[in-house]
Design a protein around this ligand. Structure first.
Ligand SMILES: Cc1cc2nc3c(=O)[nH]c(=O)nc-3n(C[C@H](O)[C@H](O)[C@H](O)COP(=O)(O)O)c2cc1C
Length: 204
């Protein structure tokens, strides 16, 4: 066998083994990763719902909304029910205009349009700056609770630097602006589609 052919076959064998290892690792870990993501999401749902009494089982009550909410992909909508009636909605949306990448948010809105809470699910913002949108790193994201359309008035639903009522995180105006805008757009969507959104498919 020529040296060139031997080297080629050796490289092909090494490539095949590596590819198999990568594929096997992916298969073995993908289910665990999905389970971890689900567990993280569940842990974030409660703080966003706030003190609202509910029946539980939000993760079984999820639909997707193709258009009209922040993000490139369809947004996810979790329905919070009490005695079968929708008392709040949780929107999983994505602000596409973060400083370093998309910012995935969970936004809770009570049936009367008041925000029950907002949490950051995933982001790529800079540690020490934009990552203060995580509730574990600062209280900034808690400032949305109790806000609604009209509180503040539409013209002031922006960060201070843009003439609005919301503090920006120091050194992270781009991040702060992206989150405030995504929350505002989600509230506007809720307001425009309130009746249809609150009518659960299985409502009495
Ligand atoms: C290394 C580095 C990382 C940065 N990370 C962020 C960030 O995560 N979020 C952000 O909004 N701005 C970040 N900035 C700052 C922005 O470039 C910008 O200056 C800042 O958002 C202030 O914007 P403003 O001038 O409109 O207030 C970073 C800057 C540098 C040099």
């Amino acid at each position: 066998m020529s040296p060139v052919l031997r080297t080629t076959l050796t490289l092909a064998a090494v490539a095949a083994v590596c590819t198999t290892l990568v594929a096997a690792t992916f298969l073995l870990t993908s289910e665990r990763i999905a389970q971890n993501e689900q567990a993280f999401l569940e842990s974030q749902l409660s703080p966003v719902i706030g003190s609202i009494r509910h029946d539980g089982g939000m993760l079984d009550n999820v639909t997707s909304i193709a258009d009209g909410l922040p993000g490139r992909d369809p947004a996810r909508l979790y329905r919070v029910l009490r005695d079968g009636l929708t008392v709040a909605l949780l929107f999983e949306v994505t602000a596409m205009d973060g400083y370093a990448g998309p910012i995935r948010l969970l936004i809770g809105i009570r049936s009367d349009g008041v925000l029950t809470g907002v949490r950051t699910l995933a982001h790529e913002e800079t540690p020490g700056l934009g990552d203060k949108i995580e509730s574990a790193r600062s209280d900034w994201i808690l400032g949305f609770e109790g806000r609604a359309i009209g509180n503040p008035p539409a013209a002031r639903w922006s960060i201070h630097a843009d003439g609005g009522d919301f503090d920006q995180i120091t050194g992270a105006s781009v991040t702060s602006r992206a989150v405030v805008n995504a929350v505002s757009e989600t509230l506007i969507y809720f307001s425009a589609n309130r009746d249809a959104l609150l009518t659960a498919p299985d409502s009495p």
